[in-house]
Design a protein around this ligand. Structure first.
Ligand SMILES: [Zn+2]
Length: 180
């Protein structure tokens, strides 16, 4: 009996992201087929994600492109723009990790603005220690902002697959092993 004659047979073209056709794990890497969706679970702790889940565009380029930055930052930026590969992803976040994401944005922008003000104060008052403190705080806030705001970082993107770093183990454990 064929599927077309059996009304109870599961549909062949399933869109279930957990069907094993679109999502895999490979060690610490999450692999998804281009255009596929992620389950509505927090990628950081595997708890139910807050809805709606924001879609984000991520880019990746071959790591050797970074070498260009040693010679010329502008050349690197142009080259990276030309050869970078995009992917649309919608990683779920629970309320706690979503708050942490926004805290990172607030800390990164607010903290670095405050640090720039300290540097300005130190500079205008010939206060070298204050200027130095402002510089250190500025770098620290930028770094804290980057660490707290990042969700999933692309490890590689090609026309078929998107490989992403930054998923928690519990989330990865629910996915089948990738046999590429
Ligand atoms: Zn979470």
């Amino acid at each position: 009996m064929t599927d077309t004659l059996n009304p109870y047979a599961p549909p062949k073209a399933t869109l279930d992201p957990l069907s094993g056709d679109n999502l895999w794990r490979d060690g610490k890497i999450l692999i998804m087929r281009q255009g596929s969706t992620l389950p509505p679970r927090c990628v950081k702790c595997n708890e139910p994600a807050e809805l709606p889940i924001k879609r984000r565009k991520v880019y990746w380029h071959e790591p050797w492109i970074y070498v260009l930055a040693i010679f010329c930052l502008l050349l690197y930026a142009l080259m990276a723009l030309l050869v970078r590969k995009p992917a649309m992803i919608a990683p779920g976040l629970c309320s706690i990790h979503r708050k942490r994401h926004w805290l990172g944005i607030a800390l990164g922008w607010g903290g670095s603005a405050l640090a720039l003000f300290l540097m300005f104060l130190g500079g205008t008052n010939d206060h070298f220690a204050l200027m130095l403190l402002g510089m250190v705080v500025f770098l620290g806030m930028i770094l804290a902002g980057i660490i707290l705001t990042r969700i999933l970082q692309p490890d590689r993107i090609d026309k078929d697959f998107v490989r992403l770093k930054g998923c928690c183990q519990a989330f990865l454990d629910t996915l089948p092993q990738f046999h590429g």
